[in-house]
Design a protein around this ligand. Structure first.
Ligand SMILES: Cc1cc2nc3c(=O)[nH]c(=O)nc-3n(C[C@H](O)[C@H](O)[C@H](O)COP(=O)(O)OP(=O)(O)OC[C@H]3O[C@@H](n4cnc5c(N)ncnc54)[C@H](O)[C@@H]3O)c2cc1C
Ligand code: FES
Length: 270
């Protein structure tokens, strides 16, 4: 049975991989996090700085886990700047998991939202025909193409990189490429993680075609365990009741794709 660590365990960063000019992967040894379910996350403590929720990246070696971090604000930049040999604290895993359906499935990710989707790909059933759509701004920011092909080597699959400026792969937003693809391909399920505006469009598209859809939400989180309320959306706590929600629930949400809570707790528009 999966064990959940409620206090941070200290881990040494064993390896740092540069994915793009703004994204790095940090590898640690942690047997518990190595086997998290697709959609689950950990809280990562950056000593003296902050604690951030992070999806857990798939690493081929047994007993290893990783975090793939994009530098944004102060905390993620402090994590991004850590080196091999530095220490972090980890607790978790927390949250629920994607419900993987049979048949043709599409995984639609933007940026580091691909992390839980690659774990989903690892858990794909042998009969799943998997299409991964990877959204990024430009060629420089495309990552995980090789990792996705590697993970899905035993499945029928296609990996489609989409860049907003057309410098690599398909030109345009990942949502536009999905909409075009969905005109000719009948997907049995769609899974998404990334910026909420992107996920909102994916969910709307899937709901309009009657396709089962789930999104993993990245809301402001402080405790990660359902106490502080900073991740609350409508009547649910995203950390505790999610992070994965069905399209049916999201279609009835007043906040999904419209408003989110800032660090202070106030509601802001997207
Ligand atoms: C369940 C979960 C899993 C996550 N997994 C990952 C992961 O695998 N890799 C990763 O890099 N980050 C992940 N995040 C986001 C991460 O926890 C931080 O929110 C993010 O790194 C920014 O933190 P910051 O304090 O540096 O930036 P802040 O100071 O909070 O913000 C700086 C800028 O970044 C923007 N920003 C903040 N959070 C996000 C966000 N979630 N998406 C897009 N823009 C944002 C803000 O609007 C602001 O413009 C995850 C979040 C959740 C809730
Ligand atoms: S992050 Fe505290 S309740 Fe979800």
């Amino acid at each position: 049975m999966q064990s959940v660590s409620k206090t941070p365990s200290i881990r040494i960063i064993e390896k740092v991989i540069d994915e793009t000019p703004t994204v790095r992967t940090f590898v640690i040894s942690d047997a518990n996090l190595a086997d998290v379910l697709p959609g689950q996350f950990a809280m990562v403590w950056i000593p003296g700085v902050n604690e951030l929720p992070m999806s857990v990246m798939v690493i081929p070696e047994k007993g290893k886990a990783a975090f793939t971090v994009r530098k944004r604000g102060v905390s993620s930049t402090a994590l991004y700047d850590l080196k091999a040999g530095d220490q972090i604290g980890v607790r978790g895993p927390y949250g629920n998991a994607f419900d993987i359906k049979d048949g043709k499935i599409a995984l639609v990710g933007g940026g580091t939202g691909l992390v839980p989707l690659l774990r989903l790909a690892k858990f794909a059933k042998p009969t799943n025909d998997v299409t991964i759509l990877m959204g990024s701004k430009s060629k420089d920011e495309v990552f995980f193409e090789d990792a996705a092909n590697q993970i899905l080597q035993n499945n029928k699959h296609q990996v489609i990189a989409c860049t907003e400026d057309g410098s690599y792969g398909e030109k345009g937003f990942v949502t536009d490429v999905l909409a075009k693809l969905a005109q000719t391909t009948k997907f049995d399920a769609i899974y998404t993680c990334g910026p909420e505006i992107m996920m909102h469009k994916v969910v709307q598209l899937a709901n309009s075609k009657g396709i089962f859809v789930q999104a993993s939400l990245e809301r402001m989180m402080k405790c990660g365990i359902g106490i502080c309320g900073s991740c609350c959306m409508d009547e649910v706590m995203v950390c505790h009741d999610g992070t994965v929600f069905d399209g049916e629930f999201l279609a009835n949400s007043k906040e999904f794709g419209h408003t989110h809570r800032a660090k202070s707790g106030i509601l802001e528009n997207y």
